[in-house]
Design a protein around this ligand. Structure first.
Ligand code: ZN
Length: 459
């Protein structure tokens, strides 16, 4: 075997986000191939061999790469629509357009979503994709290919919907799959693309869309399928008061009890939003170690409410951050969600004690790794873990007068990314992607958005 190639980063502040929240005001970090080999205070050890690159991190903070735990890439080409709606009205307004997506549209939208996140420090992305119009091509393959080409670590949550209007659900009849069709296609996607290895770049989860768009049978059999295949489970849960009312009317219980009755609480499950949770719901999540993808901007955009993140963390619920689809969070960035999570939670019951800067950074890194089931591999900077990390520039006008780097990163303006590494490979330099042409993606996404608007207008 060839000797490990080393990259040495020095003279930077480091927030490791390990269990002790270890930080170094000035330290070093050594990457060997795709792993973190060592890190610490002061200068790097003398005599390291095969150092192929030295990076002077003066003026920078190094953190684990950000991990996004909830998104819908296809929505990149339907941004800025239905801007003054709540969730159910927004969904009803957009489903007819979404039902007309095809493979080139989804590929372009995935590239747009991934590029926007990657240039802002995301090293692990996920896409919850649940719209599979008949004859629309290999959408899962297109999405996974886009992530692979960009060099971003990735989880595809293969979604599905089978409860349409005729069964009391929200999506129109033409936008859904059959129960059997959804399960078969999901299993195929797992078998074809899921990699269970330590340094996997692609994983697949089983992800029926939400209680109001899937049948009880799809939830139940989806859970069995995922456990049989050894993959994770993802869905939307407890997002709005309307969803809560829907569950009480149709199932005679609230969303969390309904999920529990269908096998959907467990340490292999994470759910987006979880805004409307009472104490017993939070206890159930804590008891079962069910994870939460907190999406503060999307929840604000759709007036869904404020998730009880401080209570969840106090109870021991794993919590990560999510951009959510960009039709309900047009910015499409995750680093700004660190700040939004902190600020929005301070509007809730716990006021100024709700979250601090270090807790917000933890949500976007280690918390994300936990809910994606990858806390052994990523989410903190520790020897032996995968080399997914970001150098944030904090010595310019935007941040230079803030002494504490983590405070600068979370409370300040979105910090420029000088370099971002995934699996030991640099994918961003000075805020630009090295692995894709941003201008070409901007052009293609605009063209595909216009084509979708045209096609949907004719439908
Ligand atoms: Zn969502």
């Amino acid at each position: 075997m060839a000797a490990a190639q080393r990259i040495l980063i020095e003279n930077c502040a480091i927030a490791t986000v390990d269990t002790q929240d270890t930080e170094y005001a000035s330290g070093y970090l050594v990457v060997a191939d795709n792993r973190i080999e060592s890190l610490g205070a002061g200068r790097a050890p003398e005599g390291l061999e095969n150092v192929v690159r030295r990076i002077d991190g003066t003026g920078h903070l190094v953190t684990p790469g950000l991990i996004n735990t909830h998104h819908h890439f296809y929505q990149w080409i339907t941004r800025g629509l239905a801007t003054d709606h709540n969730l159910f009205n927004w969904l009803v307004a957009l489903y007819p357009t979404w039902a007309r997506i095809d493979e080139p549209m989804v590929r372009a939208a995935a590239q747009g979503s991934l590029a926007m996140m990657a240039r802002g420090g995301v090293t692990t992305a996920m896409d919850h994709h649940y719209v599979f119009p008949r004859g629309s091509g290999d959408l899962s393959g297109a999405i996974i290919g886009a992530a692979r080409d960009m060099g971003v670590r990735f989880t595809l949550a293969r979604g599905s919907m089978d409860r349409s209007e005729k069964d009391g659900g929200l999506p129109p009849d033409f936008a859904v799959e059959t129960l059997e069709g959804a399960l078969t296609a999901t299993e195929e996607t797992v078998r074809q693309h899921h990699d269970a290895s330590f340094d996997a770049m692609t994983q697949v989860a089983v992800a029926p869309c939400s209680p109001f768009s899937v049948s009880t049978e799809l939830l139940r059999q989806g859970a069995e399928l995922a456990r049989g295949l050894g993959v994770r489970l993802h869905t939307h849960g407890s997002e709005t008061v309307e969803e809560e009312k829907f569950c009480h009317e149709l199932f005679g219980m609230g969303p969390t009890d309904y999920f529990e009755s269908t096998g959907w609480l467990g340490e292999d499950v994470w759910m987006a939003h979880c805004v409307h949770m009472n104490d017993s719901d939070i206890d159930a999540f804590a008891r079962t170690k069910t994870g939460v993808a907190h999406c503060p901007s999307s929840n604000a955009r759709l007036a869904a409410g404020i998730a009880r993140v401080p209570d969840m963390l106090a109870a021991g619920v794993p919590v990560g951050l999510g951009v959510d689809g960009t039709a309900s969070n047009e910015s499409g960035e995750l680093h700004t969600e660190l700040r939004n999570a902190l600020l929005i939670n301070r509007l809730g019951a716990h006021r100024e004690a709700a979250l601090n800067a270090r807790q917000a950074l933890r949500l976007g890194t280690y918390g994300g790794a936990q809910v994606l089931g990858r806390a052994r591999e990523i989410g903190s900077l520790e020897p032996g873990k995968l080399a997914d990390l970001v150098l944030w520039r904090l010595d310019t006008l935007a941040h230079a007068s803030i002494a504490d780097p983590v405070t600068a990163l979370v409370f300040g303006a979105a910090a420029p990314v000088t370099a971002s590494f995934v699996n030991g490979r640099q994918i961003v330099e000075n805020g630009r992607l090295l692995t894709a042409d941003e201008d070409a993606i901007a052009r293609t996404t605009r063209e595909e958005a216009q084509r979708l608007a045209r096609v949907a207008g004719q439908g």
